[in-house]
Design a protein around this ligand. Sequence first.
Ligand code: ZN
Length: 375
Amino acid sequence: MLNFDHIPILDHHAHPFLRRTATDDPARFQRWFTESTDPVTHQRYVPSLLVFRTAIRWLAEFLGSEPTVEGILAARARLSEKEYTARLFADVNIGMVLCDYGYGSAEAYDHAGMQALLPCPVHPILRLERLAEELIVAEPTFERMLEAFRERIAAARDQGVVAFKSIIAYRTGLQIDAPDREAAQRDFAYLKAMAAREGRVRLARKGLCDYIVHLALVEAERQTLPIQFHTGFGDSDADLRYANPLHLRNVIEAYPAVQLVLLHAGWPFFRELTHLTAIYPNVWMDLSLAVPFATVGIPAMIRDILGMAPFRKVLFATDAFTMPEIYWIAARWGRWGLAQALTELTQQGFLKEEEAMQAAQDILWDNAQRLYQLS
Ligand SMILES: [Zn+2]
């Protein structure tokens, strides 16, 4: 079995931790081992998920505790958050994190908080829809909102942002139409009324969603910033029918100079995404979320992907969120899956060992370093 443990992970898509008080009882710990937002699933069905069973067993071994949620929580409480995170990250060799702060829980750490907690460099990703929502509430008119949005995204690179991220798949789907200013303006008026009533908005109007993504694509090209798109599965907020990466064909072809990082292997549409990655030079394939949630299915998925897509365009990430354990679990499953798939290719004589080693180096670190121009 090949071993890539010495190659660090450049985790190019992840999210901030929540303050520990948000995850320190069994119910609140357990709920993060599923994408489901349903409390019945959290309580009744998470315990029979493979990803949860293995997490509890592996964490108990790591911490020397009882293999129960209570045992793990008691053992982790004896370590400071910073020390515990450092031990987990060292164990799976995570060397850098690109962090999307856009999911907006009041309990989430901000960038300075994550920099203080993580034992490795962390760089911010700017989530477009979250920024637009803030500005719809804050700005009085459509023109002023657009101006503020353009200004903020234009300053991204100078402020250390390494990529944009769009969750349009969750909101109005990946079939993004040509920009329509009038439709965007009508949606702004609708949302502005919502903001007046409720003090906040959820941007899920197609005219405006499509419009701001086009603005960001133009800026991404100007600043040579990659743009990450959520594709494939996620929580129940996403209608999977509209999250198939094949819907992005218009955008892929209209912006050939913009590097499009399609997240989560498009799972379950990873074959569709593999095809796009193979034929379009500006499409990149990310493995996160499918790693770890596809668990024992990970090696077969990676084998399929590497059977057709260039190794130089496949990227490893955890999509971890809420607590450091999720980073660790995802890194363990992903390392195992990658080693399984590449070992099999060498055993079958399709790759030499040094080629497999280079593929792992590319997927775990080098591809992301080149793509995001990180030193
Ligand atoms: Zn994510």
